[in-house]
Design a binder for this molecule. Structure first.
Ligand SMILES: CC(C)(COP(=O)(O)OP(=O)(O)OC[C@H]1O[C@@H](n2cnc3c(N)ncnc32)[C@H](O)[C@@H]1OP(=O)(O)O)[C@@H](O)C(=O)NCCC(=O)NCCS
Length: 142
């Protein structure tokens, strides 16, 4: 679904293979939103970072399905489920304008915790002040 932005010039087959074999992708679990016909429309990868924290990454919608609220529906559903499970903090790295994620309650971490040029690390947490104490370490890029 993210072939147009993440393939770096690879053929589709080679790109798919690199996704299947990606050590990073294997650390997480896919969450997929189907369209009304049951075809995959939008997807993301969910990472369990520790007992209190999760991360979501590689959010992508099939090009023909974009701008119909597919990613928003998927993200909202995943966040609802994490809330029900008592997960306190959810992180993501935004490669697009961070304001897209602000509608779900994500906020950019302070600049001193940003590590990856071109990506903004954001967190959604009701316990942000406590989280960002002196011992806080931002998650590694996922
Ligand atoms: C970003 C993406 C997942 C959004 O999926 P979607 O199902 O179209 O999302 P929604 O319909 O919920 O929301 C659409 C909104 O996404 C935002 N958006 C999409 N691409 C964007 C970009 N490159 N920069 C900033 N905002 C963007 C816009 O606000 C857009 O609304 P608008 O077109 O009316 O301005 C999709 O465009 C995609 O797959 N892009 C390629 C992969 C990618 O860049 N993923 C993000 C990684 S952080």
């Amino acid at each position: 679904m993210g072939y147009d932005v993440w393939s770096e010039g690879q053929e589709l087959g080679a790109y798919r293979l690199s996704c299947r074999e990606s050590p990073k992708y294997r650390l997480g679990e896919w969450r997929v939103l189907d369209d009304e016909q049951g075809a995959p429309a939008s997807s993301l990868i969910l990472y369990r970072l520790d007992a209190d924290s999760a991360g979501i990454g590689s959010i992508a919608t099939a090009p023909a399905e974009r701008r119909r609220g597919r990613a928003a529906g998927l993200i909202a559903g995943v966040l609802e489920s994490l809330d029900r499970q008592g997960v306190k903090h959810v992180f993501l790295f935004s490669d697009i304008a961070p304001r897209y994620y602000e509608r779900f309650g994500f906020e950019a971490l302070p600049v001193e915790h940003q590590r990856k040029p071109g990506s903004v690390c954001m967190v959604r947490s009701r316990f942000k002040e406590r989280l960002l104490g002196p011992a806080f370490q931002p998650p590694a890029y996922f």
